[in-house]
Design a protein around this ligand. Structure first.
Ligand code: AMP
Length: 435
């Protein structure tokens, strides 16, 4: 059997050249669909002042460990390590974008730039997860990070931009679930409360959560175990939101105030948890029915403590990411199709082998103003139109000996059937006229 791609990866295929698409090229495997998402994100985010950044797809293991958090499933179970001959084995394929961006910010002295610095990126991320719908081992994200300012306006603007990107792509049913995880001191209080609450029921916790009770009780709330979730419900565990200190509560009120004023909809979600120390205050997820209730389309939050975690100074920052594959699933669920790559404006062919070079030369000339393809061998007249249609061309042109002698082409508009003889010198101008 021929070799196959690794489990949990996808090929992003070219759009079909004929009108009908093979089943294989669903939108979540169409390279053009991915490009359309990143181009839309680029337009909206750069209008908002963001600059494109690209960082390596593999980084020092220590960066990933500190940036993503040693207690997370990602670091404990899902890292792809990178080996090459004679290396120290200390590299990891990035599971997300933020740590690399903050590393690059610190390493390249980007804090000299006007603040806040807004950055965006897109590209592949890697997690060795159990593969299922919407859960891949290589997936793709659009990321937005704002570094340098602690004001609640930044959080609100980031949320508004995230919503704008997915809405511009046509998605209607995405909902922001907004919460706050407070400041570190608030979380300490909350963790104390959680320890008190769960300790009498220690034996009923899952093995993972027994572990978490000591190290990071908040992560119990995030547990995928049904028995944990049943226990949480039974005990009526109070949410983090009840434990916000004055400063964090004030910040949260401000963020909500801006979103309300701007008409950006959200649902309060007191259950949002981010178990890592460097997260502060605002946290949100973007959800959509088509993706299922358990997994999010995207997530974001404030991570003022990350820079210091990576060895830099304390620098406030906010960021979000959404998964492009999951976004495409959500768009599919709403019946929204992203545009196909257009066919060429012109397909040109010669009727005799001696004129194929001339057909190519004319195509090259047309490419100064529009897309043009040519036939690499001579075709019968009927086949010129057939081949042009298969490529979804707007015009078909043919060159017989008469056309070659007079320096012209016979041109047919494939949709309305009109036919013209056009001098080669006038062809570019003719093709640009509205048909
Ligand atoms: P996270 O960094 O875990 O908050 O993930 C941000 C977003 O990336 C998620 O909301 C998903 O849309 C996407 N994502 C995360 N993990 C995967 C995965 N294994 N497969 C596909 N998309 C993913």
């Amino acid at each position: 059997m021929a070799l196959q791609r690794p489990k949990g990866t996808q090929d992003h295929l070219p759009d079909g050249s004929s009108g009908s698409h093979s089943k294989a090229a669903r939108s979540d495997t169409r390279a053009e669909a991915f490009a359309h998402v990143t181009e839309t994100a680029r337009r909206i985010l750069t209008r908002g002042g963001a600059r494109l950044i690209q960082t390596p797809i593999f980084e020092e293991a220590d960066l990933v460990r500190r940036g993503v958090g040693g207690s997370t499933d990602i670091v404990r179970k899902e890292m792809f390590t990178v080996h090459y001959f004679g290396d120290h084995g200390g590299f990891i394929l990035r599971p997300e974008g933020t740590a690399g961006i903050v590393r690059a910010y610190l390493e390249n002295g980007l804090k000299q730039w006007p603040s806040p610095l807004k950055l965006w990126t897109h590209g592949p991320m890697f997690r060795a997860e159990n593969v299922q719908k919407g859960r891949l081992r290589q997936f793709h994200q659009v990321d937005y990070e704002v570094i340098g300012v602690a004001d609640a306006l930044i959080d609100a603007e980031a949320i508004a931009l995230m919503v704008e990107v997915v809405q511009t792509l046509g998605l209607k049913g995405a909902r922001v679930k907004l919460g706050s995880i407070g400041d570190p001191a608030d979380r300490e209080t909350y963790n104390g409360y959680l320890r008190e609450t769960f300790t009498p029921h220690f034996e009923r916790l899952s093995d993972d959560s027994k572990d978490r009770l000591e190290r990071n009780p908040m992560r119990i709330l995030d547990s995928k175990s049904q028995t944990d979730q049943a226990l949480i419900a039974e005990l009526g565990v109070r949410p983090m939101l009840d434990f916000l200190g004055e400063a964090a509560a004030g910040h949260f009120t401000q963020v909500r105030g801006y979103l309300d004023a701007w008409g950006v909809g959200y649902d309060l979600d007191p259950s949002i948890v981010r178990g890592l120390d460097y997260y502060r205050r605002t946290a949100w997820e973007l959800h959509h029915e088509g993706v299922g209730a358990k997994s999010a389309l995207g997530g974001g939050g404030r991570y003022d403590g990350l820079s210091a975690e990576l060895g830099g100074p304390e620098i406030p920052a906010v960021g979000w990411a959404f998964g492009i594959e999951r976004l495409l699933i959500a768009l599919d669920a709403e019946g929204i199709e992203l545009p196909q790559q257009a066919g060429p404006l012109l397909f040109i062919a010669a009727l005799d082998p001696e004129h194929t070079g001339l057909a190519a030369q004319i195509a090259l000339q047309v490419r100064a103003v529009a897309s043009a393809e040519f036939a690499y061998r001579a075709l019968k007249p009927g086949n010129v139109f057939k081949e042009a249609e298969r490529r979804r061309a707007t015009y078909a042109a043919l060159i017989g000996s008469e056309e070659a002698a007079s320096g012209s082409v016979t041109l047919k508009h494939l949709q309305n059937g009109t036919q013209h003889h056009v001098n080669v010198n006038d062809l570019n101008a003719f093709l640009l006229e509205p048909s």
